[in-house]
Design a protein around this ligand. Structure first.
Ligand code: NAP
Length: 472
């Protein structure tokens, strides 16, 4: 299925002899190649966005998004195979991701049609007058989006869909590890009628593409999803512009003694292993209360056997590779460090190339790297806690603050967790990653600036509110 792709400047293919080859993390086979962009292409993309004034109407924007959704539904399987091939994710995960992207497009089209203005009467104060103030949202002149390798289609859709709904021209810099599905998605958008200058897709050396885009004084917003170090570097270099930073996570799943044990085990396994554990909101620490810990651990080990790890394109596979062998080796190192500090591997732990078996680890010390930092892979570290208080203190103890889950049948415990956890989301009896594509999503502390994404919030980010008043 190897194919040659190219970057796009304002809807036109970039011609270049500088090619990036994408290989399957599982087999090493070539999946595709991309003609890369240059610094001149980057400048041309910004110039084209700034020069574009012919913003499509709300109806036209909704139509573009809806036509793209239809086309994606028709090509659902082809897109899923591309994701599974370039990212190493199990085909069933890739299909799920395409389904989420369909939702993003549907919700963005709905929002494009929704009037977002407000009206304020001004004769409501002693100082007032008989006038009315109205608000309307205006597009920004040029947005930049930078996306990570995990969820390589849905992350891209969460940037492009809302920008299009807002009428804002956008330049996308997808991950070099998974660019093919992003370029295929751009092809669908152009075919659905998106004006070329409203979207450029660029890949190339960081100093020729990403950095000039981030620093560009006329780019009005940088929306970045990725790691904490890169996000903080962007915050330090972007200058005077809007920033949306969706960064790493180290999400806890708290399991209390009164939990429904079957539910807790299912959530722990799904949260830890889905997408090969490579979700910003994956369960990265399982904090289990003492009384339930032995039985929970025994059942999680049993459950883990259902998560068959192997060839991403096999129908029976539930866990594919992580993004590359280097990442799998890093996870193996983190695992060995934990074992050296007293942890026990109860199942999994074996690595073959970029494949890492889903792994349950018990007796994990609270200060080891696996607990303190983000481990982006199918690891399920169990840490025993005394009580709710202990669990909440430990949950809040890392630098991250993205999301969380708590499994309990006690409403008071649930309410206390919602009030106490310092993070963007608290899900009761659900995985931290539970959401719908239009609900507000994003973290605090090192996980983000507290500015949310999700289709509705992102549309606000890609636009500004203009206020005008009229005599009335
Ligand atoms: P990453 O290494 O930070 O890369 C993300 C993007 O930034 C890539 O497109 C990368 O380009 C680009 N980049 C690298 N250096 C840059 C620079 N100096 N300036 C501007 N852009 C630069 O992250 P990743 O490894 O792809 O993704 C995994 C991380 O993303 C995890 O930490 C995960 O938790 C986080 N994440 C967060 C969320 C959320 O919503 N909070 C969602 C998903 C993932 P290249 O590909 O060219 O290096």
């Amino acid at each position: 299925m190897s194919k040659v792709f190219s970057c796009f400047v304002a809807g036109k293919s970039v011609h270049s002899s500088n090619m990036l080859t994408i290989r399957s993390p599982y087999s090493g086979a070539t999946v595709g190649a991309v003609a890369m962009a240059s610094r001149a292409d980057t400048d041309a993309a910004v110039a084209a966005a700034l020069a574009f004034h012919d913003t499509p109407s709300r109806y036209q924007r909704a139509e573009i998004l809806e036509k793209t959704r239809h086309a994606l539904e028709v090509q659902r399987e082809e897109f899923a195979i591309t994701i599974a091939s370039e990212a190493g994710l199990a085909l069933r995960e890739a299909r799920y991701e395409v389904g989420r992207t369909v939702d993003v497009l549907r919700f963005a089209a709905m929002e494009a049609l929704r009037d977002d203005g407000q009206i304020f009467s001004t004769d409501i104060s002693a100082q007032g007058k008989s006038r009315k103030i109205f608000t309307t949202r205006e597009p920004l002149r040029c947005a930049v989006a930078i996306t990570p390798f995990n969820h390589p289609l849905n992350q891209v859709a969460h940037k492009l869909g809302p920008a299009i709904a807002a009428g804002t021209p956008i330049i996308l810099k997808p991950s070099e590890k998974t660019p093919l599905v992003a370029l295929k998605f751009a092809e669908l958008l152009y075919a659905a009628g998106l004006p070329g200058p409203m979207l450029s897709v660029l890949l190339g050396p960081t100093n020729a593409v990403a950095e000039p885009l981030v620093r560009h004084p006329e780019v009005e917003i940088v929306a970045f999803t990725g790691s904490v170090p890169v996000g903080k570097r962007i915050a330090a270099t972007a200058g005077y512009k809007k920033l949306v930073l969706e960064l790493g996570g180290n999400d806890p799943l708290i399991v209390l003694d009164d939990a429904d044990l079957d539910l807790a085990v299912t959530l722990a396994a799904e949260g830890s292993y889905r997408n090969s554990g490579q979700r910003c909101t994956a369960v990265k620490r399982i904090l289990v209360q003492e009384g339930i810990a032995p039985e929970f651990t025994r059942r999680l080990v049993e459950k883990t056997k259902e998560y068959v790890c192997g060839d991403p394109l096999n129908e029976g596979t539930r866990v594919g590779t992580v993004i590359d062998e280097a990442s799998a080796i890093h996870l193996e190192t983190v695992l060995k460090e934990a074992v050296a500090a007293g942890a026990r591997v109860l199942i999994g732990g074996e690595r073959r190339g970029a494949l890492l078996q889903p792994t349950v680890i018990s007796n994990v010390p609270r200060d080891c790297r696996m607990v303190v930092n983000e481990s982006f892979g199918p690891l399920a570290p169990i840490i025993t806690v005394r009580d709710l208080e202990d669990a909440l203190t430990l949950a809040n103890s890392t630098a991250y603050g993205l999301s969380s889950g708590i499994v309990t049948t006690n409403l008071n415990s649930a309410l206390k967790a919602i009030r106490t956890l310092r993070c963007g989301t608290v899900n009761i009896n659900e995985v931290p990653g539970f959401r719908v594509e239009s609900s507000p999503f994003g973290g605090i502390k090192d996980s983000g600036l507290g500015i949310k994404e999700g289709v509705i919030e992102a549309i606000k980010a890609y636009s500004y509110v203009k206020t005008f008043s009229l005599p009335w």
